[in-house]
Structure formats: C-alpha cells, structure tokens
Write a protein that binds this ligand. Structure first.
Ligand code: PLP
Length: 480
C-alpha cells in the first residue's frame, strides 16, 4: 500500500471509526450471535489474491460487527467498564505506523524513555513517592512480581537451577486474600510453583484481607516447613472493590521478610482524586505495584503499569542478552534496555497512548471523569437502597455497585441466587445494557461497573429500567 493509498484508506477508516463512536450506543451492547456464527460466516480457505480495502471494510461491517461486544459503549457496565478514548485510538494508529520494539534502548529510544517519563508522571498524579522503576505490560504481570520475589529468596537460585528434582528446595508459599483476582493463582501455575503455593487468606465482613489470619497462616506455614516469600495485597478487589489493609500487610511483610506486591489493577486509578489518595497508603512500602490504565484510565487494551522499588530483582530474574542483541548502551549502563526487566521481549510503544491520554485529559480531566463515575455509582446505589425489591450487598466505594434483587417474602438463598441469575440473563439478552455477576461468600451478586466515558445518568437509568422490567417478567413467570 503506497502512501497515497494509505491516505485515502486512512480517511475512509477514520470516518468509519468516528461514525462508529458516534453511533456506538445504538448497537446491542452484548453481541447477539451464537457460538460458531462468526466462524461460519468467514471463508475457510485463505485469500489467494489480494483484495480491495473497501471490500475488507465491508466485511468488517457484515461479518465482524455482529460479533462485537461493544466494550467501548456507555452501556457496557459488566466486569469493569473501560474506555478506549479518542486520543488513545489515534495513538494506536501512530503506534501501528512506528511498529517499534523497545527490547533495547537503541531499538527505540523514544519508546523506552517516554515510558519512563510517562510512568513517572502517573506516579506523581497518584501521589506515590519516587523514585519508582516503571514498565508497561499487557496485563498486571503478577508472575513478574513473584519471579522477582523468588529470586530474592537467599540461596534458592531458581533462575539458574530451576525447581524440578531439587530435594533441598523448600516448598515456597505466598499469600493473597480469598478475594484476590484469579491471575494470582495463574501466576503460581505459570511459574511452576503449583496452585498449593498460594494460600488464600480469609477476608473480614468487608471482604478485606484479615491480617491476623495472615499472621497466623505465615506462622503455621513456617512451623510446617513451608517457605513464605511474598504477599499480594489487593486495592480494589474484582468482585467488591474492597481494599486490603496495605499498611498492616506491609508491617507483616517487613516482620517476616516477604515481598509485598500490591494489585491495584482497577482501583489504583482512583488515587488520582486527592480525597482518595488514602487507598494507596502503605504502597510506598510495597516492593511492587500494578495499576491498569486499560481499566479506569481511558487507555485501550492493553496497558498495565508495573512499578517496583527493586528493579534489580527483576533484572536478577530476567536479564539475559544473547549475542545477537549485544549493545554498548546497556552494557555501559548508559541506557535502559527494557528487555532486562521482563521474560519476553517488550514489543510495541504502549507509552505513546498513555502519554497522549494523560496529556489530552490532564490531571483535572482525569479527576473529573473518575469522580463522575463514582458519583454515578453512588446514585445507582441510592436507587437500589430505596427500592423495595433490590438491595445493596456492599457499600459502594468506587464505581462498582454490588447488589441483588430481593423481593419481599423470598428468603431462600438458593432461590434468590437463581432469580438473580435469571434477571441478569434477561437484562443482558435485551442488548440495551450489559451487566455481570459474581459471588460474595457463595451468594450470587449482580455487578454494575462504571468506567466508560460515555456512561452517564441516561445509561444507568437504562440499566435500572431493564432490571425492574426483567424482575417483573421473572416474578410473573414464577408460580406463586
Ligand atoms: N487484578 C484485579 C484486581 C483485577 O480485577 C483484574 C481483572 O479484572 C486483574 C488483576 C487482571 O487484569 P489484567 O489481566 O487486565 O491485568
């Protein structure tokens, strides 16, 4: 494709994207296709000859669009609401044009250095004390934190000697609350530590890690031959957005010499609001910390920020330079080679979209939008609280509301779980809004998660209407 063709198609595609963004809320938010529909609509044999871009774009509309669940719609309030904002979409175009890999400083000085500057801006916006080493990953990189933590355990040398067949190897243990994200467990699988290496610590009535239970678990494990090496605290758990007591956990980590990783993937962004700074209290003592701008900082997938006070530990875990990547800058310590801090070669230019997004909104713009999301969540919570047929299940701390329908006279918990599940399925099948669910201490909860810039009072009204309608229909269909 020559430059003129790129220009022509670029205009066509940008127009298409702008129209899509304008009309996004007219689409059913959850894709209305069945498994296999998209696959069937696509040719099973590869294209023998090149095709015109107009033709390909027409197929995007005809075949791909029906299979899109519109994460960028204001009616998307499932899991965590997210936004790929305008500056970010444009940055993604530039990123495609540059197509750099920032494995070495010299393979992209701008990508490497912009990442350091942008992450330092973000650190300041969040009120975290510096200096912190920062790097962007596709996801919250808990395995990297654990790999670094493991390398810091004296005498283990896992990087060199591995785990298999070592009789002298202690059984490694790390801790996270029972509300921690499943990626914590997956990190244990990935690192060959085994799921048993993760001990889940019970939570209190507010779904926060019970620090006394943590202390007890560590002591028990030490007595029975485990080797505790890390704790993962969560600031904003996935189901309820609870905040673990990081300061007390940091005390515990200091007492037992454990690596503290803070998973603030979703809620960390809220610390940008001065009144919410407290949520990261204690994080200045953490060894590492993750915050996902692709969740609540209006940046497209994937952009997860990993900070650490101990970059040397990451290097111990991952630094390795083959002959074909030897370079003077890294060797002499003049420049940073990001590949020394990750298991894979860091490709792409993720800082560009974060940099543009932070600049476009500015700190005040980000604060205003995040605060607006929290206000909307509180408004929805009030509707729930004042409703005779719905109830709030946990206090709304950020922009996620956990609630359920609980019609008068219905006390059987299993029946309530089933009713709530049916209500949710009905709401989502309608296509006007998309919510999700989780379980709190075993009980089914509905979740409404606000994080999209297009979510306004109108969208939460739609969700509320759809819930009431679904409940009426369900109650009508339940024989009394
Ligand atoms: N941590 C928390 C608290 C989460 O809620 C999630 C996802 O929802 C993750 C980690 C993993 O997210 P990602 O894979 O986007 O980094």
């Amino acid at each position: 494709m020559d430059a003129e063709a790129l220009r022509r198609y670029g205009h066509l595609f940008v127009d298409w994207i702008a129209d899509y963004m304008r009309d996004i809320q007219s689409y059913p938010v959850l894709a209305q296709v069945k498994p296999g529909d998209i696959r069937q609509a696509l040719p099973s044999i590869p294209p023998a000859h090149g095709e015109e871009m107009e033709h390909i774009l027409a197929d995007v509309e005809r075949v791909i669009m029906p299979g899109i669940t519109h994460w960028n719609s204001g009616n998307f309030m499932a899991y965590f609401g997210v936004t790929s904002s305008g500056p970010c979409i444009l940055a993604d175009m530039l990123t495609g044009a540059f197509n750099v890999s920032r494995m070495l400083w010299k393979t992209s000085p701008a990508a490497t250095e912009l990442e350091q500057v942008t992450l330092d801006w973000l650190r300041q916006m969040l009120g975290l004390p510096g200096p912190l080493f920062g790097m962007i990953h596709h996801n919250s990189a808990i395995a990297n934190a654990l790999a670094a933590a493991r390398e810091m355990v004296p005498g283990l040398h896992v990087r060199q000697k591995g785990l298999a067949g070592r009789k002298e190897m202690p059984r490694l243990r790390f801790y996270a609350s029972e509300e921690a994200h499943s990626s914590v467990e997956k990190a244990a699988i990935l690192l060959g530590l085994g799921q048993e290496s993760l001990r889940k610590i019970e939570t209190d009535a507010d779904y926060c890690m019970n620090v006394e239970a943590l202390d007890q678990a560590i002591r028990e494990d030490l007595r029975s031959g485990w080797w505790p090496f890390a704790v993962i605290a969560t600031v904003g758990t996935t189901s309820t957005t609870s905040v673990d007591p990081v300061e007390q956990i940091a005390d515990m980590c200091e007492r037992y010499g454990l690596w503290l990783h803070v998973d603030a993937a979703y809620a960390g962004a809220a610390a940008i609001m001065p009144e919410m700074r407290w949520i990261l209290r204690g994080c200045e003592r953490a060894d590492s910390l993750a915050i996902n701008p692709h969740k609540w900082l209006f940046t497209s997938f994937s952009c997860s920020v990993f900070y650490t006070r101990r970059p040397q530990a990451l290097r111990s875990a991952f630094s390795l330079t083959p002959d074909y990547l030897q370079n003077n800058e890294g060797h002499s310590g003049q420049a940073l080679n990001l590949m020394d801090y990750d298991a894979s070669l860091p490709h792409g230019f993720p800082a560009l979209k974060l940099w543009m997004t932070l600049r476009y909104f500015g700190q005040d713009g980000l604060v205003n939008n995040i605060a607006a999301h929290c206000r909307l969540a509180r408004q929805f919570s009030r509707w729930v609280e004042f409703s005779p047929t719905f109830e709030l299940l946990v206090p709304t701390r950020f922009s996620v509301v956990c609630f359920r329908t609980h019609p008068a006279g219905m006390h059987n918990e299993e029946q309530l779980d089933r009713l709530n599940e049916r209500v949710l399925n009905r709401v989502n099948a309608g296509g006007r809004t998309f919510l999700s669910s989780s379980r709190l201490k075993g009980r089914y909860t509905l979740r409404l998660a606000i994080g999209n810039l297009r979510t306004t009072e109108a969208e939460i009204c739609v969700a509320w209407e759809e819930l009431q309608k679904a409940l009426r229909l369900e109650m009508g269909s339940i024989p009394s």
